[in-house]
Design a protein around this ligand. Structure first.
Ligand code: SF4
Ligand code: SF4
Length: 470
């Protein structure tokens, strides 16, 4: 795990960036380039060369580098750096210093990043209730299980007519499901790759319900801000963090569960850092504002109940599986018939869940607890896993597509008929490549692709499917 300090300071210049990320210690050994999946396919773009370009040519030159827009912040380069250069922090900081240059050229990004900025700026509710009503309708129609149960927590505006349901929280826990932006993705991606994002939200609520949890859901939840942070827009990020943390505080949630690897990283690592940064500058008397600024509101959250525990849903489920596997309890895993009848599933470690948060075992524990599934491992797994090819909707090109195609073939080589993810965006990007491959192969009728490439599913959907068969 690496705790990338991208939001640690109020970054002002390249000298500070080189110092804080230890990039000035680079000895130009090139080990990072050997591990970088982008450099492997676009050989002139290397992490080492980008650092060197900043030092010799300044910010303009560095921002013109291919890697400035194409770096995935996947962290593979950092696994081998002998000087412990925080390259992920470096690229994030570089984009913070030149955010206008990080404007996306990814086909969908204009839509998503505009939606994220609107969620930061708009004072009025974002229509969260409508998402949930859509999900409820979906759940009624798919026939896989009982009605979804959740408890809606109103935003500050109080103008909603919420669907209130009775909550159930074991012990003193108040468990909140942070949905993330995946319902937005569904609307934008519909028809382009056949990908189903809202199904992840339906499945998450369904599995939590099956565990006896009726989660709280924020009626006016906003985007977590991940993509804006990694695109360098720290002001919009702080605004989103503030709006979400204030609502979490109001909801009194002490455990926040998300099915998105990016939300998990952002809530767990980046929100506390930004609260701390603003609290420190307030303590030092550096703030000259009217007391209602986003910075002051974030500072006021220091030490509050918003210090909830933030967990990925696979971590949350693993605790239940571990409980069931404790001595004297019914086993949660184990064969339900012949292993030959089980679906062979490979797990794709999302960068934000794996290298960023160090969560490798929980998804595998959940998968292996599903009796209908046999887990297989790909050649590159855990900290060696390769990124899904697109980060923060910033950039997508032939290099991205090659990475995704390689990953699909790697899963097929491992004998998997399903490639499971634990991040909605990994699902979207891998499904996009799969759809393209099938279309190139003649609408999926070519056995070279149709028969060999795996279906893309989220772990939580697999868990919900299994519950539906019990
Ligand atoms: S973070 Fe990933 S994509 Fe970016 S330079 Fe490092 S290895 Fe390459
Ligand atoms: S691995 Fe580290 S020290 Fe070596 S070139 Fe890359 S950044 Fe520099």
């Amino acid at each position: 795990m690496f705790d990338c300090p991208i939001g640690n300071a109020d970054l002002t210049d390249t000298k500070q960036l080189l110092s804080e990320t230890r990039a000035y210690l680079c000895i130009e050994c090139g080990k990072c380039s050997g591990n970088c999946p982008v450099a492997a396919r676009a050989v002139t773009a290397t992490p080492r060369a980008l650092v060197s370009r900043l030092v010799t040519g300044g910010l303009e030159a560095a921002a013109a580098d291919y890697l400035f827009k194409a770096c995935l912040a996947c962290g593979q380069c950092m696994e081998r750096c002998p000087s412990n250069v925080d390259f992920v922090g470096f690229i994030a900081g570089l984009r913070r210093l030149a955010p206008q240059k990080a404007v996306s050229s990814c086909p969908h990004a204009g839509v998503f990043q505009t939606a994220m900025r609107l969620m930061a700026r708009l004072e009025r509710p974002t229509g969260r209730v409508d998402w949930l009503r859509g999900l409820e309708k979906r759940a009624r129609e798919d026939g896989k299980g009982p009605e979804l149960r959740f408890e809606l927590v109103e935003g500050a505006h109080g103008k909603h007519v919420p669907v209130q349901k009775t909550g159930s929280h074991p012990g003193e826990q108040r468990i909140l499901y942070f949905v993330g932006c995946l319902p937005y993705f569904d609307a934008a991606l519909a028809g382009s790759s056949g990908v189903d994002m809202a199904g992840i939200a339906v499945a998450t609520i369904r599995v939590l319900n099956a565990m006896g949890v009726v989660p709280l859901v924020l009626a006016d939840e906003r985007c977590c801000g991940h993509d804006l942070l990694w695109a360098g827009d720290i002001e919009a990020f702080d605004t989103l963090a503030c709006r979400n943390l204030e609502q979490l505080e109001r909801a009194g949630a002490n455990t926040v569960v998300t099915a998105c690897a990016e939300c998990a990283r952002t809530l767990r690592l980046d929100y506390p850092v930004r609260v701390k940064v603003h609290a420190s500058s307030t303590d030092r008397g550096e703030r000259q504002d009217d007391g209602q600024s986003i910075g002051r509101r974030l500072a006021a959250l220091a030490g509050s109940k918003s210090a909830a525990e933030f967990v990925h849903v696979t971590e949350f489920l693993t605790r239940a599986v571990d409980g069931l596997n404790a001595p004297g309890k019914q086993r949660a895993s184990g064969p339900a018939g012949s292993s030959a009848r089980r679906t062979r599933v490979a797990f794709h470690d999302p960068c934000r869940l794996g290298r960023h948060l160090g969560v490798y075992d929980a998804p595998r524990t959940v998968l292996s607890s599903l009796a209908s599934i046999g887990v297989v491992e790909m050649a590159r797994e855990r900290d060696k896993a390769v990124c899904c090819g697109v980060s923060s909707w910033l950039y997508c090109d032939g290099v991205s597509k090659q990475m995704q195609t390689d990953r699909l073939r790697e899963a097929a080589s491992a004998g998997a008929s399903v490639l499971a993810t634990a991040c909605p965006k990994c699902k979207a990007h891998l499904a996009c490549a799969l759809a393209e491959l099938k279309s190139v192969a003649g609408g999926g009728t070519d056995s070279r692709t149709r028969g060999e490439l795996p279906e893309i599913r989220d772990i939580i959907e697999l868990a919900a499917d299994e519950l539906a068969t019990r």
